[in-house]
Design a protein around this ligand. Structure first.
Ligand SMILES: NC(=O)c1ccc[n+]([C@@H]2O[C@H](COP(=O)([O-])OP(=O)(O)OC[C@H]3O[C@@H](n4cnc5c(N)ncnc54)[C@H](O)[C@@H]3O)[C@@H](O)[C@H]2O)c1
Ligand SMILES: [Zn+2]
Length: 332
């Protein structure tokens, strides 16, 4: 199963979208990017607009979207376009996975995180009150269209989140690592990250093997995301930094500092001491629910060198003890 990944300039994207102007164009789209899109889309009748995608990434809105598209006459051969950040593509992809047991979908990610991560790989889902992404499916988009021009309006917070996830790829891929240090334009780095993920997913769609490496930094990252209520990629960058600290991986820590500097990612924002609201207990409790847990052990992705990682299974009890013994966790 493979998606076609294309990089388009804004005019090329407009041309692509304009081809559907007079036909039935079904889409789930984030209102925040309306101004980035051709004007006719604002008046198009078959668009399910989202105002606050992460809040709307739930079963109720999923049901509303399915009902909307059915009423609008969607059929088995239709395609749903998903235009927005990761929350939009996750919801739209899940809608596409389920309508008539699956219709085609095309992802047009509009955040950096969406371009390098959420829109690639076919994991689609909605959140439940009990946790994030608890109901979902594997449903590959037919195509992913990446257009760097969307990035111009990203907030500081969203840049930080996207760059945090870029940092992870800097350890997984030598190519991305070198592009970051050469300070090439972020669009170029984003495309390399997206291609890297797409290739890994193509080789290991169901996460039986190397796809697990994409979870580097995510065990602690998800716990930071939950305990500090910060965006995903920001939490992943902290997850990486503290993984290296807790496991005493000095070389990787130095590398992270170099990469963060080249990406203009402020290191102090990756520091626990900059948060007043860190709740130790909810952080440690969250580790217990990690999906990569098997029995009483946790599977950690460990960095040996750039592009050289392995998985280590460690007893959760020992890992938690290591975290608690670390000076920065003690004092926060
Ligand atoms: N499916 C996967 O493999 C996968 C991987 C990683 C993350 N995710 C999911 O992705 C989501 C996070 O992604 P995200 O950070 O893109 O979230 P998001 O979609 O909530 O977007 C973040 C914010 O940016 C706004 N926005 C979107 N595009 C913009 C633009 N071009 N200019 C200005 N503002 C813009 C949105 O309205 C929102 O307020 C989470 O729901 C997470 O679970 C999924
Ligand atoms: Zn991630």
């Amino acid at each position: 199963m493979k998606s076609t990944l294309s990089y388009l300039k804004k005019l090329e994207l407009f041309k692509e979208l304009d081809d559907h102007k007079d036909g039935q164009f079904f889409a789930v789209a984030d209102q925040r990017v309306k101004n980035h899109l051709p004007q006719w889309i604002s008046f198009s009748p078959n668009i399910f607009w989202l105002k606050q995608p992460e809040e709307e990434k739930n079963l109720e809105v999923f049901g509303n979207a399915v009902e909307f598209f059915i009423k609008q006459g969607i059929c088995r051969s239709s395609t749903i376009y998903a235009i927005g950040g990761g929350a939009t593509t996750d919801l739209a992809g899940f809608v596409a996975a389920t309508i008539q047991r699956g219709v085609n979908w095309v992802a047009i990610p509009t955040t950096l995180l969406g371009m390098i991560d959420a829109s690639i790989g076919g994991k689609v889902a909605v959140n439940m009150p009990q946790g994030k992404n608890l109901v979902g499916a594997f449903h590959m988009p037919e195509r992913v269209l990446i257009c760097g021009d969307f990035l111009a309006t990203l907030s500081e917070k969203e840049w930080m989140s996207g760059k945090g996830e870029v940092l992870k790829y800097g350890f997984l891929s030598r190519e991305v690592h070198d592009l970051i240090l050469r300070k090439v334009p972020i669009e170029e780095i984003a495309l390399a990250c997206a291609k890297y993920k797409a290739e890994v997913v193509e080789r290991d769609f169901r996460e039986k093997g190397e796809r697990i490496f994409l979870n580097l930094g995510h065990t602690l990252g998800h716990a930071f995301e939950f305990a500090l209520k910060i965006p995903h990629g920001h939490a992943v960058a902290m997850g990486l930094r503290y993984l290296f600290k807790v496991t005493g991986n000095e070389e990787a820590l130095e590398e992270l500092e170099k990469l963060a500097k080249a990406l203009n990612l402020p290191l102090e924002k990756l520091d626990l001491s900059s948060f007043l609201n860190f709740d130790h207990k909810s952080f440690l409790d969250y580790l217990e629910q990690d999906k990569k847990k098997s029995g009483t052990s946790i599977r950690l992705v460990i960095v040996k060198g750039i592009g050289n990682c392995y998985v280590e299974e460690v007893p959760l009890k020992d890992f938690k003890a290591k975290i608690c013994a670390h000076a920065e966790f003690k004092s926060s």
